[in-house]
Ligand binder design. Structure first.
Ligand code: G4P
Length: 227
């Protein structure tokens, strides 16, 4: 997506060979008008996928995910990184490890906010190793719902996340794909194939995808195992 690539070229800073700083419009200060444009693009891309809910993981994915949900006229559900006392009752949980940040957390969803008939569009700001998206997919599959698409603002294509998600059978659309990062270097991969071609594929069934595994059930907490 040229709009996002141009903004990254203008304001993005490669902090290392793996980390891109985009604090001025995505992660810290948020350009709301720009987020609306990104949300409109995701909504257009996935408009024929029968999306019933947009999901994201707190916190940086919330802004573009909310805009996407608004354009699709569906609710936004925010997967939590911590269990709170308010979030008791029936929850799905799965453990996520972020290699970029060196942290782990329990991704948590209150079970009332997902139904087996839901078709979910997952939106997130970065795709690196795919840990967060795979964790969200485990929760979605465990509930019986369908992960109908994954929309990413910035895919770091030199990391394994995209390949992992596609091998699991998911449709991924990334608005900007970065092939290389380094001191003063931000290289993009060509834009993705035309949207119409991709939409046609979204209707095809997934193949070879292992079912999500429920490894434990303690009271009303459902622990969903890692793949
Ligand atoms: P993965 O889910 O694809 O495996 O990615 P990984 O764990 O490695 O990193 C995920 C977290 O790190 C996300 O933040 C994501 O926004 C952030 N991140 C990954 N790569 C970059 C990068 O190049 N630049 C920046 N600025 N952030 C990056 P999070 O833990 O979800 O926290 P939050 O920022 O959303 O609150």
């Amino acid at each position: 997506m040229k709009l996002l690539e141009d903004r990254i070229k203008k304001e993005g800073q490669a902090l290392s060979e793996t980390v891109l700083k985009v604090d001025s419009f995505i992660n810290h200060q948020v350009d709301s008008v720009f987020m609306d444009a990104l949300g409109a693009d995701f909504a257009e891309h996935f408009k024929d996928a029968g999306i019933t809910k947009v999901f994201t993981i707190e916190s940086s994915g919330i802004a573009p995910a909310l805009m996407t949900a608004e354009h699709l006229h569906v609710p936004l559900v925010i997967l939590k990184k911590q269990t709170s006392k308010i979030l008791n009752g029936n929850v799905y949980q799965t453990r996520i490890t972020s290699f970029t940040k060196g942290t782990s957390y329990e991704l948590t969803l209150f079970a009332d906010y997902i139904m087996p008939e839901d078709r979910i569009l997952l939106i997130d700001d970065f795709l690196a190793n795919g840990e967060a998206a795979m964790g969200a997919s485990r929760i979605i599959e465990a509930s019986g719902a369908t992960l109908a698409g994954i929309g990413i603002l910035i895919e770091k294509s030199f990391q394994k996340g995209r390949k992992r998600l596609e091998e699991a059978g998911y449709t991924v659309y990334s608005q900007a794909r970065i092939g290389k990062l380094g001191a003063g270097v931000i290289e993009f991969l060509p834009e993705e194939e035309p949207q119409a071609a991709k939409r046609n594929r979204q209707t095809e069934p997934k193949s070879g995808e292992p079912p999500a595994q429920t490894v434990g059930k303690t009271g009303s907490r459902r622990a969903v195992g890692a793949n």
